[in-house]
Design a protein around this ligand. Structure first.
Ligand code: MGD
Ligand code: MGD
Ligand code: SF4
Ligand code: MO
Length: 682
């Protein structure tokens, strides 16, 4: 690997330092990669940046170990007998594999129509890749069948934010605002494990007298640092939210002026929480009413209308990933609106986006129903604008396709897609009902996976394409605050791998859409792709037309749409936020005699997602390499299981055998697995 950046490091002669960001989560911690010409060694250093303040977690520190990892894929692979997933992989060259894919795609499409080819992307892809993938699907493949893994992530919050606030922007304020807040309510988020450097903001907040309230059925490391921990039964967060709003209404602790001037729909919501008295909520959720009262009081005291320091409500996956997740998020947004938080100083509602480019990945056209810039694919004006940028006829852009689960579930089914291109996801491990999805994937005529390692999904593919990793390419990411940042290439990729952009461009050439994916620009110059993304998104809700690589470099990142959204108005037709009525219908899948416990999942610091990357880093495997299940001591006693035993955990969807950890951090009615493996939450 040779360095490309040109900054030399003082005191370290010959060392070149490239400014970039971590390959993993949405905090996008800033780091420098230091290289010496002629040497393969890359060292990682934390770099000062608003989200991480120079710190990194263990995953960030060890990220460079994967660049020259021995199991890195460096040659395209094809099955010895195509269509036979038991046959061996054979190494081949790029020309052969691309020609073959193009021929297969064309023959499947001529026999079964354009929608017979599907595309599945990811929230870890750069903005440039996410944009190019959406364009590739609509222009080169002409398919409507594209979606991405973000649907399994923060989509409930996205839907609720759109409906209530008029925009899905994870955090509509900088993360550093947390420091100045007087009360922060975290729902189902364990940032001590999932974004450790972000704890600094909470620590600063608490050191100056602010209070942290955590809602989580487990006593997590984040909850241990809280001033108040509410431990509801899993899946009952909406009842907690409605109970909190009930208390605020009953005490008159609401911002009447804000409600009148900036919102609609409050009366209906006030009526809907009337029966959610604290004692009733205690019976549903198990949260003592006194604690509920205390949480409501703290949030109200610090709200802008009480001249407090600011109150903030932030949701994570634990509250969102339920069949009633959108309703739950509405429940918490309703509290934020009643307290007049959105747009206020050190205040607001935010969803803590998870994947590296979870925010940008959902803005630029990977979603089945969207075009770049958060434009709706059904909107004639949006289609015309984007068609103009792409140089195609508006009517040639397909309509909306199936969303992620429906898409995966239709694979190989009558009328469903017969081929799938996966770029940036490992659905065999991470999709809900993974067993069922794996069966569908296996029924495909053609599965193509682009990855840097042999993921579980790649292992089932007919074609595996070896692609470049983060430090080997340049591109932008949009972090959890909506800050567009630049990852810069620091090292040369190993021989044999190509970038995702180059793969898309070369396939497009072979599918007759070459001039829309110019070979000179697309593969080699993400800068050009970003400029095109800017034009395609111009005038949309996520408008990147004013963001450039140069600005990002000069300003250390650019918050699209400004740094305090909603301060004056909401991007809704009437400029007001909407209260949305909620109804708690109970837990979607209650326990019964056959399935007496609730299973939930939680992440651990050392492992990232399905583990394709982090399970290959030795120190992370040593820290925690194996999935496990946490069981309350009472339950372990009842079942006669002990520490270190292996247990088979069975849900209505499937089962898995994992080692046991005994922990009183859990409610006795709940067991938890980590890393994320067994099943999605209720
Ligand atoms: N180390 C590590 N960091 C990561 C990731 C990773 O895989 N590993 N992934 C990144 C991604 S994509 C994401 S989305 C984020 C996720 O970040 P978080 O949202 O912090 O992650 P989780 O651990 O999935 O869930 C958080 C908490 O929800 C709790 N929970 C479970 N059920 C419920 C419930 O019914 N109600 C409530 N209130 N809480 C519940 C769990 O006990 C858990 O502590 O992390 C990002 N960062
Ligand atoms: N049981 C359970 N299931 C879950 C969750 C849970 O908590 N529990 N969490 C859900 C959540 S929040 C999420 S976000 C999803 C995540 O689920 P996945 O989509 O499976 O996420 P990853 O494991 O990050 O998979 C990304 C894959 O793409 C590869 N990759 C990374 N970057 C690139 C790139 O630039 N180009 C290409 N071609 N490949 C790349 C990686 O090596 C990896 O194999 O899982 C969801 N599923
Ligand atoms: S917190 Fe996230 S972005 Fe920061 S070093 Fe860890 S994995 Fe990377
Ligand atoms: Mo996620």
């Amino acid at each position: 690997m040779t360095a490309i950046g040109s900054l030399t490091v003082p005191g370290m002669p010959g060392t070149v330092s490239t400014s970039t960001h971590c390959p993993y989560c949405a905090l996008q911690c800033a780091m420098s990669l230091n290289t010496k010409p002629g040497s393969n060694a890359v060292t990682v250093e934390g770099r000062e940046f608003p989200t991480n303040r120079g710190a990194l977690c263990q995953k960030g520190w060890t990220a460079a170990e994967l660049l020259d990892h021995p199991s890195r894929l460096t040659t395209p692979l094809i099955r010895e007998v195509r269509g036979d997933r038991h046959s061996r992989f054979m190494a081949t060259d790029w020309e052969t594999v691309l020609d073959l894919m193009a021929a297969d795609i064309s023959s499947i499409q001529s026999a079964h129509g354009r929608d017979a080819i599907a595309v599945f992307g990811g929230g870890g892809l750069t903005n440039e890749k996410a944009y190019a993938l959406g364009k590739f699907a609509r222009v080169a493949l002409g398919t409507s069948q594209i979606d991405y893994n973000g649907r399994f992530c923060m989509s409930s919050a996205a839907a609720a934010s759109n409906a209530s606030l008029g925009l899905d922007r994870g955090m509509p304020f900088p993360l550093t605002d947390v420091q100045g807040a007087g009360a922060v309510l975290l729902i189902g988020s364990n940032i001590a494990e999932t974004m450790p450097p972000a704890l600094q903001h909470l620590e600063i907040m608490r050191a100056s007298g602010g209070r942290l309230i955590v809602i989580d059925p487990r006593v997590t490391r984040t909850a241990l640092n809280a001033d108040l921990h509410l431990q509801p039964a899993s899946g009952t967060d909406l009842a907690v939210a409605m109970g909190l709003l009930h208390i605020l209404c009953a005490q008159g602790a609401i911002d009447e002026q804000y409600i009148v001037e900036r919102t609609t729909g409050f009366d209906q919501v006030r009526a809907s929480v009337q029966s959610y008295r604290p004692d009733h909520v205690e019976r549903i959720t198990g949260v003592p009413s006194a604690l509920l009262q205390r949480a409501a009081t703290w949030l109200a005291e610090q709200a802008p209308f009480r001249q407090g320091r600011g109150s903030m409500i932030l949701t994570g996956r634990g509250g969102e990933q339920h069949s009633n997740g959108t309703q739950t998020v509405h429940g918490f947004i309703n509290i934020a609106l009643a307290l007049g938080l959105p747009g206020g100083r050190n205040s607001g509602y935010g969803c803590i986006t998870g994947q590296g480019n979870g925010q940008g990945g959902r803005e630029h056209g990977q979603k089945a129903d969207q075009l770049p810039g958060y434009r709706m694919i059904t909107d004639p004006a949006a289609r015309e604008h984007v068609a103009g940028v792409w140089g195609v006829e508006p009517k040639s852009i397909p309509g909306p396709g199936r969303s992620a689960f429906e898409l995966l579930d239709a694979l190989g089914q009558p009328g469903g897609p017969r081929a799938l291109l996966v770029m940036g996801s490992n659905p065999v491990v991470s999709a809900p009902s993974a067993t069922r999805v794996t069966e569908r994937i296996q029924s495909l005529e053609l599965l193509v996976v682009a990855d840097f390692f042999m993921s579980e999904t790649a292992a089932l593919a007919d074609v595996v394409l070896p692609v470049t990793q983060w430090a080997e390419e340049t591109g932008t990411m949009t972090n959890l605050e909506g800050r567009v940042i630049l990852r810069q290439q620091a090292v040369q990729p190993p021989d044999g791998v190509r970038s995702d952009l180059q793969v898309l461009s070369e396939l497009a050439q072979r599918l007759g859409a070459g001039e829309r994916f110019p070979a000179d620009a697309f593969p080699t110059d993400p800068h050009v792709v970003f400029a095109e993304l800017g034009r395609a998104s111009a005038g949309g809700r996520a408008d990147y037309s004013k963001v450039t690589y140069e600005r990002i470099q000069q300003e250390g990142g650019v918050l699209w749409g400004g740094d305090r959204m909603f301060a004056q108005t909401f991007p809704t037709p009437d400029g007001r936020a909407r209260f949305v009525g909620t109804f708690f219908a109970g837990v979607a899948e209650p326990t019964d005699n056959a399935y007496p416990m609730t299973l939930t999942t939680g992440r651990i610091l050392a492992q990232y997602q399905s583990g394709t990357q982090t399970r290959r880093v030795r120190s992370l495997v040593e820290a925690s390499g194996e999935p496990f299940v946490e069981v309350h001591p009472d339950v372990a006693d009842d079942l006669g299981i002990g520490i270190g035993d292996r247990a088979r955990v069975t849900t209505r969807r499937g089962s898995v055998t994992v080692s046991v950890r005994i922990s009183s951090a859990l409610r006795p009615d709940t067991i938890g697995t980590a890393p994320a493996l067994v099943t999605s939450r209720g």
